[in-house]
Each structure stands twice: as structure tokens, then as C-alpha cells.
Write a protein of this length. Structure first.
Length: 122
């Protein structure tokens, strides 16, 4: 169950498996909901598109952390991070932290259209 939820997070957030695990763990800790139940909610969300507000808010917050440049870097920051240029020039993915909710909905829609015909989420 947890592995499936990590897969959903990976698909919508374009993260590594370790980052997906971190996102689920942080959602669980910050919402005071058991990890297994958070996983069930995330999987149900991938099927139905419905997710309770507190988990959705925390999911968006956690995913946003992976779309923004690290706070600790002050020198040597790629120019795209500070100027808003196309990040593809520096090898970084183009992602807008301000569009997290709409991007989340778009990614889930894409994910649902991919897994529904082949029955990955049963």
C-alpha cells in the first residue's frame, strides 16, 4: 500500500523514490495521520480525484519544497533560479512553485488516464 502511494507521489511530483518516501512521511507526521492511512488516502485520491483538505495542503507544501531551489545556496546558484529564465538552459526542470495546485490536478488527471485502462490501481 505504501509503495503504491509512493508511486502516485513520484508520478505527480516527478520525484525520486527517496523523495517520495520523504513526502509521505512528512505528510503523516505533520497531519498526525498514520502513514498507512495517508497512503490509502493518496491511492484513493489517484482513483477518485478527492483528497481531504489537510492532506492535500500538506502534499502541495511538500511537493513545493522539491520544486524550489535550496535555501542554503547563495553563491553559485544557477541563473535560472534567480532570474526566472528557462531552467532547461541550466539542466534543471522547468517548474513553477506558484502553480502547485493546478499542476497537481493536471498531473493526477494524467496519472488517472494512464493507470485506469491498464488497471494498475485496483
Amino acid at each position: 500500500m505504501v509503495d503504491q502511494a509512493i508511486g502516485v507521489v513520484l508520478a505527480i511530483g516527478h520525484l525520486t523514490p527517496e523523495q517520495g518516501w520523504d513526502v509521505l512521511r512528512e505528510i503523516s507526521q505533520r497531519t498526525n495521520i498514520k502513514l498507512r492511512h495517508v497512503s490509502e488516502l493518496i491511492i484513493d485520491w489517484a482513483r477518485t480525484g478527492k483528497l481531504c483538505t489537510d492532506v492535500r495542503t500538506e502534499l502541495e507544501r511538500q511537493l513545493a519544497q522539491y520544486t524550489q531551489p535550496p535555501q542554503s545556496e547563495t553563491r553559485g546558484v544557477p541563473a535560472a533560479w534567480s532570474t526566472g529564465r528557462d531552467r532547461s538552459q541550466t539542466g534543471h526542470r522547468e517548474r513553477s512553485p506558484n502553480a502547485s495546485q493546478s499542476q497537481l490536478h493536471a498531473n493526477v488527471g494524467h496519472f488517472q488516464s494512464f493507470v485506469a485502462p491498464i488497471g494498475l490501481l485496483v
